[in-house]
Write a protein that binds this ligand. Structure first.
Ligand SMILES: C[S@@+](CC[C@H](N)C(=O)[O-])C[C@H]1O[C@@H](n2cnc3c(N)ncnc32)[C@H](O)[C@@H]1O
Length: 215
């Protein structure tokens, strides 16, 4: 079993969005850790005859939080070590054409080839400046009416207070500001922080701020 930071129900949903791949663009995940969320998405994509590279971005540097989370799930990780080979080991049995880009987001996105994106999962960008910079980089490649954007830390602000909660509200502020550009298609408010959106139309990056946020 791959140690995971997302619940089983989200894995099932990732599998289903993979299966609905329409052949309109690539699939990518930003923040893959050991592959627990990439694997079900890839399994669905394979069912849909996905034949493009799967783009995986992470710094893959094990920190103490990851050591603790893995330990709870019966795995021993070494702090400071690279986890890229573990990730590749976990996904390569499922799909061979994985482009695993190791480095810090958003800079590492410079390695992306610029193809249209059909499925985009964010499980690393959750605060600014990283969240907005990643969105600015990738949103022009989204396909209106097609692209699914998963924000796996969307409600994570609820577990925090003060400045930390304010920072983690970044994705919520973004979605409130651009609520005509994205439609919420799935979330599990009682279970976890994950939410999925359909991209409807291009973002006007010059739009001024809205004031209210939260759920
Ligand atoms: C919550 S974990 C991902 C969990 C995984 N998706 C799962 O469901 O098991 C977040 C991952 O994002 C990576 N990460 C966080 N900030 C990053 C950044 N700025 N650049 C690259 N990777 C980052 C961490 O290394 C970590 O592996």
């Amino acid at each position: 079993m791959i140690p995971s930071m997302t619940p089983e129900r989200v894995h099932s949903y990732l599998w289903s969005i993979g299966r609905e791949w329409q052949g309109r663009g690539t699939a990518m995940e930003l923040g893959c850790w050991l592959g627990a969320s990439s694997v079900p998405l890839l399994a669905g994509l394979i069912d849909a005859k996905y034949d493009l590279p799967f783009w995986a971005f992470d710094r893959w540097r094990i920190d103490t939080y990851q050591v603790k989370e893995a330990k709870k799930q019966g795995a021993d990780l070494i702090p400071g070590a690279s986890s890229k080979s573990l990730y590749l080991q976990n996904v390569s049995g499922i799909y061979e054409n994985v482009r695993a880009i190791q480095g810090n987001l958003p800079k590492s996105l410079e390695n992306y080839d610029g193809s249209p994106i059909e499925i985009c999962v964010f499980d690393a960008p959750k605060k600014d400046p990283v969240f907005t910079l990643c969105m600015k980089y990738l949103e022009p490649l989204f396909v209106p009416g097609v692209t699914v954007l998963g924000l796996l830390d969307y409600y994570s602000y609820e577990k925090h207070t003060g400045r930390q909660a304010y920072n983690l509200l970044t994705p919520i502020r973004f979605m409130e500001k651009y609520d005509d550009c994205f439609t919420l298609i799935k979330h599990w408010p009682e279970l976890c922080s994950c939410a999925f959106f359909k991209y409807e139309k291009p973002v006007d990056w010059d739009r001024s701020n809205s004031v209210s946020y939260g759920r």
